[in-house]
Design a protein around this ligand. Structure first.
Ligand code: ZN
Length: 486
């Protein structure tokens, strides 16, 4: 981006909540299925049908709010947001206007280089999702010669949480890192499956630019239709460039909603941006205001102690793991829990991380079995780490044992005991093997003495082999060198 301008970005995320039923009726809340098979008079907006709020959905929003350090007002209410699209059978959406379920808080996130940042949240409110429209052109024979729209109301009335941020983000990278943190937190809380590809997480971004150093906000545009974090990154970057070009050519950025065109890699104007008064919000007369019990708040709070941000801090600061390692463990909940268990048993975070993210993850990839579901238990791995750290076995034996543990061989300490695999660290036991190898490789030894020092590795390897892999490699190397120099 040009050094003369600074980007100012805020995000809005719509998150479908994981509940058994829809927000205001008893229809199943599931993705997919034949169109219009999960509907009833309430979610189809039939006259006289009355909505009943889903307690679980409200609890999910409160849980999320607390995880982000938001305030939970004791009072909240639902409002009608009036607008007219075919996918809105009632011609209004039940949403929340001036009394959302949560207020304030922030999303803490980290960049790839480990820099910590924070984006304040304005609010999180609860509403119902709309149905799905599919626009089709003429010519497929269904409706001759005209464009038409197919409607599926299976999604209509699914509980939808909207998280709105303050304009605290300054680049496309920051927006993506913040969204990733938001996503992994909601996933850890179990309130949504947050799948962008299935639409259970949908992100919009508000983008404006201003002269660097200015504190005023420029005119913003809202970007929609971004289907992956990669599109979010590309769309925001492209919109920043577009706004700079408009300003540099003496033009004025217009407040509007712009769609992201994935193929062409540009945003395009969709419609002028609505203002809140366009929606004619008013309290929904069918729904009584909500009073959030303090006990519900406490219960939600108790469940939020092992959140991704806290885990990232523990892994990087207390355990001194790298940002990449920590992120991998944070993002894989089951693997992270496995790792935590190994550390609690072994008290060796770095070694645990090396084995879990290294050899064990490799075995998982090769066999298609997740580490946490494998036969190698955290208890066995902690035992193995202890065997290596106390120098009872060398790393070669450790690798072999790991593969055997993976296949269900059980306790590595028992195998070492039974098969006499303990490492030989007694020089008097290794020296005869060195003599034996030297005697059998007289030519190699004389090559070394003639200046071909790169044969050292070969001789060490032969001694290791003679010890059936049990000798301490460092000690072998030392003894071989000593004898060569003699
Ligand atoms: Zn329904």
């Amino acid at each position: 981006m040009s050094a003369e301008y600074e980007a100012v970005i805020g995000i809005e995320c719509h998150v479908e909540l994981k509940t058994a039923t829809k927000m205001f009726c008893g229809c199943r809340n599931e993705f997919g299925g034949e169109p219009n098979t999960k509907t009833c008079p309430i979610c189809l907006g039939m006259p006289g049908a009355l909505p009943v709020p889903n307690a679980k959905a409200i609890e999910h929003v409160v849980t999320a709010g607390l995880a982000f350090g938001a305030q939970i007002p004791a009072f909240s209410k639902f409002d009608r947001k009036n607008y007219f699209y075919p996918d809105m059978p009632k011609n209004y959406q039940i949403s929340q206007y001036d009394m959302p379920l949560t207020v304030g808080g922030s999303v803490k996130y980290w960049m790839e280089d480990g820099t910590r940042k924070e984006c304040r949240l304005t609010r999180i409110h609860l509403e119902e999702d709309t149905g799905k429209s599919t626009h089709a052109g003429s010519g497929d024979g269904r409706i001759a010669g005209s464009a038409y729209t197919l409607l599926d109301f299976n999604r209509a009335g699914v509980p939808l949480m909207e998280c709105v941020s303050e304009p605290d983000l300054r680049s496309a990278d920051e927006a993506v890192a913040c969204l990733e943190s938001l996503r992994r937190t909601l996933l850890a809380l179990g309130v949504s499956d947050v799948k962008m590809e299935e639409g259970s997480l949908r992100c919009d971004a508000n983008v404006s630019i201003r002269p660097a150093g200015s504190t005023e906000l420029g005119t913003k545009t809202e970007i929609k239709n971004m289907n992956s974090f990669r599109s979010v990154e590309r769309a925001i970057s492209s919109e920043i460039d577009r706004q700079i070009a408009v300003r540099d050519s003496g033009g004025r950025v217009v407040q509007e909603t712009r769609g992201w065109d994935e193929v062409r890699g540009i945003t395009h104007s969709m419609r002028s941006k609505e203002e809140a008064h366009d929606y004619r919000y008013f309290p929904d007369p069918d729904l009584v205001p909500l009073e959030i019990a303090a006990t519900a708040t406490q219960r939600a709070h108790a469940a939020s102690d092992a959140l991704p941000w806290q885990r990232f801090e523990r892994y990087t600061r207390t355990f001194s793991l790298g940002v990449k390692q920590a992120t991998q463990l944070v993002d894989n909940l089951k693997l992270g829990a496995y790792f935590d268990r190994v550390v609690s048993l072994s008290d060796r975070p770095q070694q645990s991380s090396n084995f879990v993210l290294g050899d064990l993850s490799r075995l998982a990839n090769e066999t298609g079995v997740a580490v946490a579901d494998s036969k190698a238990t955290p208890e066995q791995l902690a035992e193995l780490i202890e065997l290596v750290e106390s120098k009872r076995i060398n790393s070669k034996i450790a690798k072999d044992l790991l593969t055997r543990m993976w296949d269900g061989a059980g306790s590595p300490a028992a195998i070492v005991e039974r098969e006499g695999l303990a490492q030989t660290i007694d020089p008097s036991a290794i020296e005869p093997l060195v003599d034996e190898v030297f005697a059998g490789n007289a030519k190699v030894v004389s090559d070394y003495k003639g200046g071909k020092t790169n044969v050292l590795g070969f001789l060490v390897g032969q001694v290791m082999k003679a010890s059936r892999g049990k000798a301490n490699p460092a000690l072998v190397s030392e003894l071989v060198k000593e004898k060569l120099e003699r």
